[in-house]
Write a protein that binds this ligand. Structure first.
Ligand code: GRG
Length: 296
């Protein structure tokens, strides 16, 4: 990672951590256990890939960083809720997340369920109570965008297909459909929300949307490869779960080399969609490189 990019990432991550600390309910406020568990599940962990994408498109679109902070926080809260629920016994039943015991292990199942519910509603509260665009209709579009990306036509729908696919053989288009929804929809939303906080033309928005779709899929292909190749301490979550759960993945369908090749070609295509942006898309290019070349 180039030094300049590394310092941009570190600065954005540490500023964003403070933003999240300020947004989440204070741990001493009632109900304390729920608030404590919400903070446990969101703070001090995660790569913050989705917020970083929103910051990069926000910079490209000349957005006010205070606005992007709120949009990025909304996406990250939805992401954190999805991880808490995904780890529960009724779904993936996992004990390790971000290098710590999962929420239901550290607290209890009912609390984990409520943490997810409360993080999700807090995300939409943020989008409704802060001004994110000078155009009120644009702000409503942003709320709808995140709702669709998170709901049954987005992440929750992808998760439903995922749960249903255990032990089944999916074709490549079926696997792609699942992941475009389960993982890709929120990544795409992060890219677009950052841009919506600023100003871009309709054709630039189309290009960013396409970039978000490609890099969201690349993220998942790499996730499948890492699940096979990396160990649990590097990942901060249990490695090898996909094979253990007999889940169809890019690796089970294409083999490790095929999956790596697919990630490379999605990466190339994603970079191509940014060609017209010149230097203003440099951070997005670097994030695309990070997403594809990451080791955790
Ligand atoms: C429960 C509605 C609902 C959805 C869950 C996102 C998801 C859907 C499940 C997570 C399971 C999983 C491992 C998905 C693969 C890709 C993914 C989202 C990985 C985790 O994201 P990272 O690597 O995590 O960005 P950090 O911890 O860095 O934020």
């Amino acid at each position: 990672m180039a030094a300049n990019f590394q310092s941009w990432v570190s600065a954005r991550q540490s500023d964003f951590e403070e933003v999240l600390r300020g947004i989440l309910p204070r741990p001493e406020a009632a109900p304390q256990r729920l608030h404590d568990a919400m903070r446990y599940s969101v703070l001090d962990g995660g790569k913050r890939v989705r917020p970083l994408l929103a910051f990069a498109t926000g910079e490209l679109a000349g957005a006010d960083v205070a606005r992007v902070n709120i949009a990025a926080a909304a996406v990250e809260l939805i992401h954190a809720y999805s991880l808490v629920h995904d780890d529960m016994p009724c779904m993936d039943d996992d004990v390790l997340r971000r290098g710590k015991p999962t929420c239901h292990v550290q607290y209890d199942e009912a609390t984990a369920l409520l943490v997810g519910d409360a993080l999700q509603t807090l995300a939409f509260q943020l989008l409704a109570e802060h001004r994110l665009s000078d155009d009120a209709r644009r702000q409503l579009e942003m709320i709808k965008l995140l709702a669709v990306a998170s709901g049954s036509r987005g992440m929750a729908g992808g998760q439903a297909i995922d749960l249903d696919s255990v032990g089944k053989k999916l074709t490549l288009p079926e696997l792609e459909f699942m992941h475009i929804h389960k993982t890709g929809a929120l990544i795409r939303a992060a890219v677009l929300l950052g841009a919506y906080c600023g100003s871009v033309s309709a054709s630039q928005l189309d290009k960013l949307d396409h970039f978000g779709k490609l890099i969201g899929l690349a993220f998942q292909v790499v996730d499948d490869v890492l699940d096979c190749e990396a160990d649990s301490s590097t990942l901060g979550k249990t490695a090898g779960k996909d094979a253990e759960n007999d889940k169809p993945t890019y690796v089970s369908l294409l083999g490790i080399h095929g999956a790596r090749d697919m990630a490379k070609s999605l990466h190339r295509e994603a970079l191509d969609t940014l060609a017209e942006f010149g230097n203003s898309a440099q951070r997005l290019r670097e994030l695309a490189d990070f997403i594809v070349l990451r080791k955790f």
